[in-house]
Design a protein around this ligand. Structure first.
Ligand SMILES: NC(=O)c1ccc[n+]([C@@H]2O[C@H](COP(=O)([O-])OP(=O)(O)OC[C@H]3O[C@@H](n4cnc5c(N)ncnc54)[C@H](OP(=O)(O)O)[C@@H]3O)[C@@H](O)[C@H]2O)c1
Length: 326
């Protein structure tokens, strides 16, 4: 257990992106059941975002699907008979979904997307196995403030426990984006702030503007993307929480499966899934690291959550760290 945004939570939460975007279960009840299964096994941190929805026409989306992911999380909590006040719901803002008329070639919220791929606010960046869906940064202060209030309304809360800036919108100074989050904190709309897809320089800017309100950095981290910029170490130095996105390599784009072979090897000796070993390895990197795997069915999240009980030996950790190059 660890403390995050005022909640005592296991360090393995659940990312709900796969339940809300392309490839999501066609039956909404399966998504609700998956979140219930997560909560039943002990998950107390659910990660969602403004942008977890699907536009249905070319452009930035049809109103009926906007907020799908946040509404799903709210509905799952409202219909769960456990201690829902113990559950931290974190959301993110500053990104939209797009649907392009023609197939394209890269995907922004995916493991493989370079930072530059999310740069274009004037048009969709899109395309992968799922076709023409894309993402678009929009972190103008007025957008952030408006969307944060809508997220609070959709989640039925007076203030958001933890709101992430989803990305650094390259069309705006980061100072201006962080200034909007400062205002949200000052107005009581947001209690704690996180930032995502950032480097050390971004972290410094955010800290200088947000001070103690900045508590978490959510960056990509997995055996196939082991944080080459060492932002995890920087968070440890500053005492910030580090939250791993796409901790199993993500599901939108193909990853180099060979990177997971050492984890398969350890898993074979442990008699468990390599995903569980991967998550346990991540948890061992830093005592204020949280990992938020996606799942599209109850079995996967139950299997993943068991990583919180899997203590890898120092030999196993040495072997896996060396294999990953950490
Ligand atoms: N801040 C950002 O920009 C950003 C970007 C990406 C993701 N995220 C966050 O990170 C969360 C997780 O990332 P992700 O959705 O990209 O993928 P992920 O957690 O890396 O998981 C990828 C896939 O692995 C499979 N899986 C999960 N647990 C498993 C298990 N125990 N055994 C076997 N297979 C398992 C599932 O695929 P199948 O369903 O196909 O089996 C899952 O969709 C998201 O939900 C989101 O909250 C944030």
């Amino acid at each position: 257990m660890a403390r995050l945004a005022g909640y005592e939570t296991p360090r393995l939460g659940m990312g709900t992106m796969a339940l809300a975007i392309e490839g999501r279960p066609s039956n909404r009840n399966v998504a609700i059941d998956t979140i219930h299964a997560a909560l039943d096994v002990g998950v107390r941190y659910l990660d969602t975002a403004w942008s977890y929805y699907l536009p249905s026409r070319p452009g930035t989306g049809e109103p009926e699907d906007l907020g799908y992911g946040e509404k799903l999380v709210y509905e799952a909590l409202a219909t769960w008979d456990g201690p829902r006040d113990d559950v931290l719901v974190a959301t993110k803002t500053g990104w939209l979904r797009t649907l392009s008329a023609a197939p394209a070639t890269s995907n922004a919220d995916s493991a493989a997307a370079p930072k530059s791929a999310i740069a274009d606010r004037t048009g969709a960046v899109s395309g992968n196995n799922f076709g023409e869906y894309g993402w678009q940064a929009d972190a103008r202060p007025e957008t952030i403030i408006h969307q944060a209030k809508e997220s609070a309304r959709r989640l039925h809360v007076d203030s958001l426990s933890l709101l992430y800036s989803h990305c650094n919108d390259p069309q705006l100074p980061y100072e201006d984006q962080m200034g909007a989050f400062r205002r949200l904190v000052d107005e009581g709309v947001v209690r704690h702030v996180g930032i995502s897809r950032v480097d050390a320089h971004d972290i410094d800017i955010a800290r200088s503007i947000l001070g103690e309100s900045l508590i978490a950095v959510q960056n990509q981290f997995s055996p196939s993307y082991p944080d080459p910029d060492h932002t995890l170490e920087y968070c440890a130095e500053l005492g910030l929480a580090f939250v791993c996105w796409s901790p199993l390599g993500g599901f939108l784009d193909a990853v180099d499966q060979r990177k997971y072979d050492p984890f398969r090897k350890v898993a074979a000796t442990r008699g468990c899934s390599y995903q569980r070993v991967t998550l346990a390895w991540e948890l061992a990197q830093y005592d204020h690291l949280f990992t938020i795997p996606s799942a599209r069915n109850p079995h996967e999240i139950s299997d993943s959550f068991a990583a919180t009980d899997l203590v890898l030996t120092s030999d196993e950790l040495t072997y896996l760290n060396a294999a990953v190059g950490r």
